[in-house]
Design a protein. Sequence first.
Length: 386
Amino acid sequence: MIKNVGIIGSGTMGSGIAQVAAAAGCLVTLFDVDQQALDSAKQSLEKITNRLVEKGRISSQEKDALQNNIRYVNSLKELAHSDLTIEAIVENIEVKKKVFQELEGYVSDTCIIASNTSSLSIASIASVLKNPSRCIGIHFFNPAPLMKLVEVIPAIQTSKQVLATSQTTIENWKKVVAVAKDTPGFIVNRVARPFYGEALRIYEEGIADFATIDHAVKSVGGFKMGPFQLMDFIGNDVNYTVTQTVFEAFYNDPRYKPSFTQKRFAEAGYLGRKSGKGFYDYSQGAILPVPENNPVLLNSILERILVMLINEAADALFLNIASAKDIDAAMTKGVNYPKGLLAWADEKSIDWCVKQIDTLYNHYHEDRYRCSALLRTMSLKNETFF
Ligand code: NAI
C-alpha cells in the first residue's frame, strides 16, 4: 500500500500530480530546487482548492485535509521515507539520471522510483540505478487533476511487482491506466501525430485553409478541437518539438515527419494562444476566418486524417505497444477523442480503412502512407478489433 509519495519538481506537472495524490489521501512531499517554484505551487494549490470549495466540488474539511497532506521541501533527502517517488523535472536525461542516482541513496530498498517523462527512454533512466527493477514510467497528462489517463510504462528492467503496485496505486487515485511499452511517444504522443501532421500536410497542399480543416474535424468527426486550434493551444514550439523528437526517435520514419509550416510559425514567434497569435489571431476584436462549407470537401478532409490516425493506432497494436483496449482508452481519456480509433475502424470497416490508405499510397508513393500489416491481414480475414 502506497502512503508516502515524494514528488520531484513542483512545476506544472509536479504540482498537479501532488494534488491528485493528496486528494486520494496520500501524504505527499513535494520537492523543488527552486524556492519560488515551491511557493507558487503552494499558492496555486490554495487557489485551486478554494475554487473547488466555492463550486461545491469538495467540502472545506476536504480542502484542509488535501492541503495538509502536502509538505513543501527544498531538500531531496526529505523524500527518504517515500513508498513511491514521481519525478517531474526538466526534460533532460542527464539531469534526470543525476537526480535518480542521488535519490536512490536516500530512499528505502522497496521505494518505487518513477519518471513522468513524456519522451525519454525509461530503460535509459533506470540504467543508472543500483536496482533498476524499481524504476518505471508514470506519465500524467496536463492538467493532471483533470485528465483521466495515466500511461504506465515498465522498462525492460522493471519488475512485475513494481508494475502491479504502480498500476493499482494510480487506479486508486481514480485515474484510468493504459500500460504502454517503453517506446518513443508511448501511446498518445505516438498515435496522435497524424492529427497534426496530416492536417498540416492537407494545408500545405492547398486543399483547404486552417479554419476549414478544423471545421471538418469538428463538424464531421465530432472532435472537440480542430488540429490547428489544438496546436495553438499546446503551443507551436512545444508541439513541433514533440513531433521532431518522435521523428528522430523512430530513425526518421516519414510517417512522423515534422512540417515546415509549423516550424516557420514557431520560428516567427506565432506560438498560439500564449503569444496572442498562432494559426489564428487571438487579439481582441480579431476577425475569425470563415470555413468553407462544402460537405464533400469536409468529409474527405476528416476521412484522410481519421484513416491516418487509425493506421497509427493499428500499427501500435501490431507492434505490441499496448492492448487494443488501452490504445482506445488512451486516446479517449488522454486527448478526449470522441471515439477510440480502433472501435472507429471497426465501425468504418477494416476493408474501408485499407482501401483509403492504399488510395493515398497509390497517389503519393510515399512511405508515409504505407498501410499497417495488421489492417491488411485483418481485412483479408474479415476480422474486427473488438
Ligand atoms: P516545469 O518547467 O513546469 O517544472 C519543472 C520543475 O522542476 C521546475 O519547478 C524546476 O525548478 C524543477 N527542477 C528542475 N531541475 C530540478 C532538479 N534537478 N531538482 C529538482 N527540481 C528541479 O515542467 P513540467 O511541464 O511540469 O514538466 C516536467 C516533466 O513532466 C518533464 O519531464 C515533461 O516532459 C513532463 N511532462 C510535461 C507535460 C506538460 O504538458 N507540461 C505533460 C506530461 C509530461
